[in-house]
Design a protein around this ligand. Sequence first.
Ligand code: KIV
Ligand code: NA
Length: 266
Amino acid sequence: RKPVTLLKLREMHASGEKIAMLTGYDATFGKVLDDCGVDCILVGDSLGMVLQGHTSTLPVTLEHMAYHVQCVARANRTAWLIGDLPYGSYHEDVQQAYRSSCALMQAGAQMVKLEGGGWTAPVVEFLVARGIPVCAHVGLTPQSVHALGGYRVQGRDDAGASRLRQECKDLQNAGATLCVFEMVPAALATELTAELKHMATIGIGAGRNCAGQVLVLHDMLGITPFKLPRFVRNFMDGAPSVQEAIRRYVAAVKDGSFPDDAVHAY
Ligand code: KIV
Ligand code: NA
C-alpha cells in the first residue's frame, strides 16, 4: 500500500472510514503492524508499563521515547508513525514542547501526541505552526493519574462533559488533527465526534462511534499480565497467529464491530 499521510488521514475522517491505530515499540512489531494494515502506529509512553514494568507512565523519559521511535521507524514503511511526548517533556513552556517534539520527529515520528485539555491548546498551536502534526489526548490522561485519583472514566457528569467539549473545541481550533478519547462515556464521545469536523477522535474505551480506535498492542494480544480494563478485546482468541489477530483488529475497527458498546464502553 501507499504510505499513509496526513492528507490521507483527513480524507479517511471526512469520508467516515475508521482509522485503525495500535501501539508498537520495536522493529519486529513495527514491521508486523505495517504489514497487517494498521493505519497508525503509536509509540506510546504505555511502554513504561508494558516494556519497563512500571505501574504508571510517569518514569518514561524523552530519551526512552526517542529510542523506541527509532526502533519502529527503521522497520515501518507505510503506517503513520506517532511519537508520544512523555511526562514533563512539554509542560514547562512552548519552547520546551518544541524541543522535545524535535527529538521525536528526528527519531522518525511523523506526528507527536500530548496529553491534556485547554492548557495544551497554545502548545498545539505553536507546534502546528512550525510544521509538526499533533495528536491530542483527552478524557483519562494517564500522566495525570495521581491528580485524577486513578484510572477512571472521565466526563461522566454535566460539568465534566462541558469541560471536555470546550477542551476539544480549543484543541481543534489550535490545529490538532487527531485526538485520543480515553475512557469517555460512549454517548458523549458520539456527540463530540459528530461536532468535531476537523479533528478525528480516536477512542480507547470511548465507544464505537469515534472516528478511529486505538489499543495497547500487548493488551489486544492478551499477553498483558494485569487485569485488563473492560474496553480491551483479546484478538488472539481464536486467531491462528499474531498477524491474523492484528488483521482481525483492523477489520473489526473498519467494519465497526469493535468496540461493542454493550461490552467495551461506558
Ligand atoms: O501510551 C499509549 O499507549 C497511549 C494510548 C493508550 C492512547 O497513550
Ligand atoms: Na500515552
